[in-house]
Every structure is written in structure tokens, then in C-alpha cells.
Design a protein around this ligand. Structure first.
Ligand code: UDX
Length: 442
């Protein structure tokens, strides 16, 4: 029996569909673990570049793993059908972009399920890796069953991804837990074999539960961030310090200290999109998840609150020059998707301010977002960005911003005002130099 052979294997022929953040990292890391991996994407240009070892985005350590495994155990292709036939395990890691109503667009997943069905030539384990709404696994199974042309067996499983951008390779090899949602012992055994090299606990559930774990994890983390951002506002109102509050909260083991950094809010392609999708799914299931709506509202409000605080100091924003340090939604990535910087810069631009922006990695992406007509200029370094500016806004906590020469910056600026959107800089040191410092709850 094919399944029995697979159950007893250590290394598999793996097909990863999608060469985005999740897909490419997963493919490179599985290859590093010794599996034979083919990563396919329907974007031919992307595959062409990958075959020349040009990566579509910046992720620390990823280039090293891709180069090391390329053409030994890691291959890139745009031909899905042929590679389905050769695969034992198929990981689906395609995008599920948000639709206007907040639901996830599952067109690509459905399409892939039909292509798998018509190319099913042996038992295969099909695993959802992308974040998908609960019941997607069930739909994939129904679709494959409907369109397949033979009575060959297959399994569907859910193995949600918890990788953080910028730390994705580290997270892959050092997971807190591995979640596998399965319907059969065979699927469970294969996934356990794949994850055998890891020490992390493996949580085995049914498919619906695994899908829900991903929604619950991301929503809970977003809730923590909005909670501390709400506290930061109260700190501003009563003269308390949110950093100290977060430290003390975090020392309680039941709460934990991570994801309690107040700032201009969360962004990226996961939290905003996943939260929206979870609110939508809950509603569809008959539950109004008002808590998550409030989490989202607090996150939106925090960006405008930050701009308001600057406006209070600068009075009129029209024609004021604002230096933005940090554009990506967080450090160690060039990802600008749903970055708080987009809304904050948008708010300044609509008031008539002039923006000079710098980011170590994301300027290329930012140039695609802002129009040439916008009053935004990109600087080649932080000192160039702050020249003649009325306010320096720090929006992403890149490590290199911590040790800038702030005495030099003060001399270069028009007025010595720093708005630290991540509570990242040393407030007392800056005040000693002579800066007026704005933080969030500090
Ligand atoms: C997240 C999840 O962490 C990951 O498990 C999931 O697989 C994908 O979504 P990611 O989007 O890469 O990962 O970023 P993350 O590090 O979680 O940060 C998300 C956003 O929250 C960033 O904009 C970050 O600046 C913000 N954030 C994070 C805060 O504002 N405060 C914090 O304390 C932590």
C-alpha cells in the first residue's frame, strides 16, 4: 500500500504551492531538513528570478538556505500539473487576500484543489499552510472528491503557519508548538515524521480545530497589542508610564511579556487581514465578535492619535517638513503591506505636510505605494531625511536608529522635535540633548 510506504519514510517529495513569504520559507526549510522540495508559483517572472537566485523579498537567512539547497534538494518551477504528479505531500501556501467584505478570497485554493483532483495519480497528503477560514479543509476535500477521475485515496490536513516575517527562519526551526489537524492516522504519521527533528510539542486536532487555532492565535496577539495601546492612552491622560505597566504586567506568567509594546499599532499582511477574516467568519457562523471589532478600531485610532499629538506641538501641519524613519510594518523586513506608516504619512500629506522618508530596506516598496504627485521624498540615510525638518517621526524600530548621532540630528533639524511611534528611543537622553520628545504613554 502506498500509504504504508509513506508512513515509514523519513524524507519526502514535497511540493509547496506558492512562493510567497510562507511558501518560500517553508520550501527552503524543508529542503534544509533533507526533503526533496519543489516550490511552484504561477508568477513566471518570480520563478525566473528564483532560478537565478534572486529572492522576491527580504527575509534574514533565507538567501543562505536557498543558495545552499538550490538544485540539490530545492527546485523552482511554474508547472503545477507535472509537479503534483511527482509529489507525495503538497503544501498549499498561496495567498488568501481580503475581499471588500473582509472575507478571504479563496479562488486560488479552489483552483488548486481542482488541479490536484485532475492530476491525482497516487495517494497524496494535501496540507493547508496558508491562513484560511475554518471549513476550508472540508471544502478542499469536497472539491478534490468531486473532480478526481479515479478512486485513488488522498488526505487533507491543516498545518497552520506561525512564522513572523523577519524571524521566519528562526521561527521555523524553533517553533513553540506544531499544530496538525488531521482526519486519518496516515496523515498524522506523515506529518509527525516531517516534524520529528523538532523538540516542540505537536498538537494533534481535527482540521476545523487546527484552522481555528490560527485565527485565535493571531487575534489574541492583536488583542494584546490593542490592549496595551489603549493603556498607553490612559497613561498619557494620567501621567503613568506604559513601559513600566507592560513590564509589570508581563512578569505575571499568566500574561507573559511579549506583544505588550505600545506604539503606532500593528500592520503587515497577517494581523489586519486575519482579524478582518475572523470577524467575518464569526458573523457567518452566527457570532458577533465585537471584541475583535474594538481591537481593530483601537489600532486604527492609534495612528491618528499619534499624528494628533504631533499636531498639538507643531500647531499647523501645512508646509511643515516631517522626517519619517522606518516605513516597513516592522523591522527586518521590506514589507509595507498595511504598514502603519502608510496611514500616518497619508494623514500628514492630507494636512499639506512635506515628507522626507528613510527606511533601511523598504524604500523600494514604499515607492510603489505613494504616487509621484505626493509630497514625499526618499532619503538615502537618516541624516539626509531629517535635514531642515520640523519633526522626526520614528515609525519602525530598526536597531540602527537606536544609535544615531542625535546631537548631529538636532543641528540638522529645523525644530528639535522627536515623535517616537514605537517608544524605542531613550527619552531622557534625547531630552538632555534638548529635544522635545513625544512618545505613546511614556
Ligand atoms: C504575525 C504572527 O506573529 C505570526 O505568528 C503569524 O504567522 C503571522 O502574523 P508578523 O505579521 O510577521 O507575524 O509580525 P509580528 O511580529 O507578529 O508583528 C505584527 C505587528 O504587530 C507589527 O506591525 C508589529 O510592529 C506590531 N507589534 C508587535 C506591536 O505593535 N507591539 C508588539 O508588542 C508586538
Amino acid at each position: 500500500m502506498e500509504q504504508e510506504i509513506l508512513i515509514n519514510k523519513k524524507n519526502y517529495n514535497i511540493l509547496v504551492i506558492g512562493a510567497g513569504h510562507v511558501g518560500l520559507v517553508t520550501a527552503a526549510c524543508f529542503a534544509e531538513l533533507g526533503h526533496n522540495v519543489i516550490c511552484v508559483d504561477n508568477d513566471r517572472q518570480k520563478i525566473k528570478h528564483l532560478n537565478k537566485l534572486k529572492l522576491p523579498f527580504y527575509e534574514p537567512q533565507l538567501d543562505r538556505l536557498v543558495i545552499k539547497n538550490f538544485k540539490k534538494r530545492l527546485f523552482f518551477s511554474s508547472s503545477l500539473e507535472k509537479n503534483i504528479k511527482e509529489a507525495e505531500i503538497i503544501f498549499i501556501a498561496v495567498g488568501t487576500p481580503p475581499l471588500p467584505d473582509g472575507s478571504a478570497d479563496l479562488t486560488s485554493i479552489e483552483n488548486i484543489a481542482t488541479i490536484i483532483a485532475s492530476n491525482l495519480n497516487s495517494y497524496k497528503l494535501i496540507v493547508e499552510k496558508s491562513t484560511v477560514p475554518v471549513h476550508t479543509g472540508k471544502k478542499i476535500k469536497e472539491t478534490i472528491t468531486k473532480y478526481k477521475k479515479n478512486d485513488l485515496a488522498f488526505d487533507v490536513a491543516s498545518n497552520p503557519e506561525f512564522l513572523r516575517e523577519g524571524k521566519a527562519i528562526y521561527d521555523f526551526f524553533n517553533p513553540d508548538r506544531i499544530v496538525i489537524g488531521v482526519e486519518t492516522k496516515c496523515a498524522e504519521k506523515i506529518l509527525k515524521n516531517i516534524y520529528a527533528p523538532f523538540k516542540a510539542p505537536i498538537v494533534v486536532t481535527n482540521i476545523n480545530t487546527a484552522e481555528l487555532i490560527k485565527h485565535a492565535s493571531n487575534s489574541f496577539l492583536a488583542t494584546k497589542i490593542s490592549f496595551i495601546n489603549a493603556i498607553s492612552k490612559i497613561c498619557d491622560l494620567c501621567g503613568a508610564n506604559v513601559k513600566k505597566v507592560a513590564d509589570a504586567l508581563g512578569l505575571d506568567k499568566r500574561i507573559g511579556k511579549s506583544f505588550l509594546d505600545a506604539g503606532v499599532g500593528y500592520g503587515g499582511f497577517c494581523f489586519p487581514k486575519d482579524l478582518e477574516a475572523f470577524i467575518y467568519i464569526s458573523k457567518k457562523l452566527g457570532y458577533d465578535f465585537a471584541l475583535l471589532k474594538e481591537v481593530k478600531r483601537i489600532n486604527e485610532e492609534q495612528k491618528l492619535y499619534f499624528v494628533e499629538k504631533i499636531k498639538e506641538k507643531l500647531w499647523v501641519l501645512k508646509n511643515k517638513k516631517i522626517a519619517i524613519l522606518g516605513l516597513s510594518f516592522k523591522p527586518q523586513t521590506d514589507d509595507m503591506r498595511f504598514a502603519p506608516s502608510i496611514d500616518i504619512i497619508g494623514a500628514f500629506l492630507s494636512e499639506g505636510s512635506i515628507i522626507k522618508a528613510y527606511d533601511p530596506k523598504a524604500i523600494g516598496q514604499a515607492k510603489k505605494i505613494f504616487s509621484k504627485k505626493d509630497n514625499i521624498y526618499f532619503a538615502t540615510n537618516p541624516y539626509d531625511a531629517v535635514k531642515n525638518c520640523d519633526c522626526l517621526c520614528l515609525l519602525t524600530e530598526w536597531e540602527e536608529f537606536k544609535n544615531l548621532d542625535f546631537k548631529k540630528i538636532k543641528k540638522l533639524m529645523n525644530t528639535a522635535l522627536i515623535a517616537d511611534g514605537r517608544n524605542f528611543l531613550d527619552k531622557e537622553k534625547l531630552q538632555k540633548i534638548g529635544f522635545d520628545y513625544i512618545g505613546l504613554g511614556v
